[in-house]
Design a protein around this ligand. Structure first.
Ligand code: SF4
Length: 337
């Protein structure tokens, strides 16, 4: 593998919808500063799905909330970097512009559908409301109503049920409604934060199938946040492995499942890296705990848990290596001659 700078390695994909450069996010309170995301960079190509994978506390959801500019107002801060959407930097956008961007260009699906749905509004009205907020081409009420019917049909719910309330639907159906709302304005980018984790196993497969089908049909790009390797193998084109707010390995699904070299954290997570053809499983636990984000280790942040740790790992931040779009940040990587 060749050692490159982050800027060089980011020029791999020309057909880019979202480009994140050196994003750094902290949560601040009177008592402490939490370093949630530490200088990450990645791209999402047009019609591409990237999986953000890692344990709880790796910075996946903070990354998603930063893209949406939905960090907690008084405590969450983007301290550095760019979030370029079609070349426009979302970091510097005022919130009134972001309100228009959210929903119309970028939508997010959260883990628990009940937190996204209003329990006292019919599901039809909730989809209608989303359409109405972004109704820039002045569609009539009847046209918007027809679109509500289309969206419900698209996610496999009969339009006659639009007058019902969220509690009248099962968990899987509720997540379908959330997906319909997220897709209402045909966003170019959909961020799905563990969209099936709160659902029963049988329903998970149905919702994933639906998301895959819709992505194909609507040509949407997607960021899939997950800890489920089955979801990664089935839905993603690329994968970014996050640890302690950093991306430690990134590549195509084939690179991550079948590549010759891996970051030791990826290796540990995937339990010796399953084959793409094999039944995939959830991430395996790794000995030790994610470091305290208020007091991160020196050098490589994974060094206290790494079975290959060397002296240099405790002292120096690992360099970034890249070969054919497969990036690994580790002192152990075998360099090219
Ligand atoms: Fe392990 Fe060192 Fe690589 Fe970090 S840099 S993952 S400690 S071998």
């Amino acid at each position: 593998m060749a050692e490159l700078t982050q800027t060089q390695e980011l020029r791999e994909n020309q057909d880019v919808l979202l480009e994140i450069n050196n994003l750094t996010v902290v949560y601040k309170s009177d008592e402490e500063i939490v370093h949630a995301v530490n200088g990450i960079s990645f791209q999402v190509g047009v019609k591409e799905t990237i999986g953000l994978v890692g344990e709880t506390g790796a910075g996946k959801t903070t990354t998603a909330l930063s893209i949406m500019r939905l960090l907690p107002e008084r405590t969450g801060f983007i301290e550095g970097g760019e979030i370029l959407y079609n070349g426009m930097d979302l970091v510097t956008k005022p919130q009134n512009e972001m309100r228009m961007i959210r929903g119309s260009l970028i939508s997010m699906i959260f883990q628990d559908p009940m937190t996204s749905l209003n329990p006292i509004m019919t599901v039809g009205d909730q989809i209608y409301e989303s359409l109405e907020i972004h109704n820039t081409d002045n569609k009539t009420r009847q046209q918007l109503d027809e679109r509500v019917n289309e969206l419900l049909t698209l996610v496999g719910i009969q339009p006659r049920r639009k007058k019902e309330f969220p509690h009248q639907f099962s968990g899987g159906m509720k997540q379908r409604i959330v997906i319909a709302i997220a897709l209402a304005c045909e966003p170019q980018l959909l961020i799905a934060d563990e969209p099936t984790t709160a659902l029963d196993v049988t329903i998970q497969a149905q919702v994933l199938d639906l998301m895959r089908e819709l992505k194909e049909k609507l040509d949407t790009s997607m960021i899939m946040i997950t800890h489920d390797l089955g979801v990664v193998a089935e839905t993603c084109d690329k994968v970014a492995i996050m640890y302690a707010g950093e991306i430690v390995e990134r590549g195509s699904v084939e690179d991550i499942f079948e590549g010759k070299q891996h970051h030791p954290y990826t290796e540990g997570l995937f339990g010796a890296i399953p084959n793409l053809e094999e039944e995939t499983d959830r991430l395996s636990p790794i000995d030790g705990l994610m470091p305290n984000p208020t007091d991160l280790p020196s050098g490589c942040k994974f060094h206290p848990r790494c079975k290959y740790c060397m002296d240099i790992c405790r002292e120096q931040v690992p360099p970034v290596y890249l070969e054919d779009g497969h990036m690994i940040a580790c002192h152990l990587v075998v360099k090219e001659d």
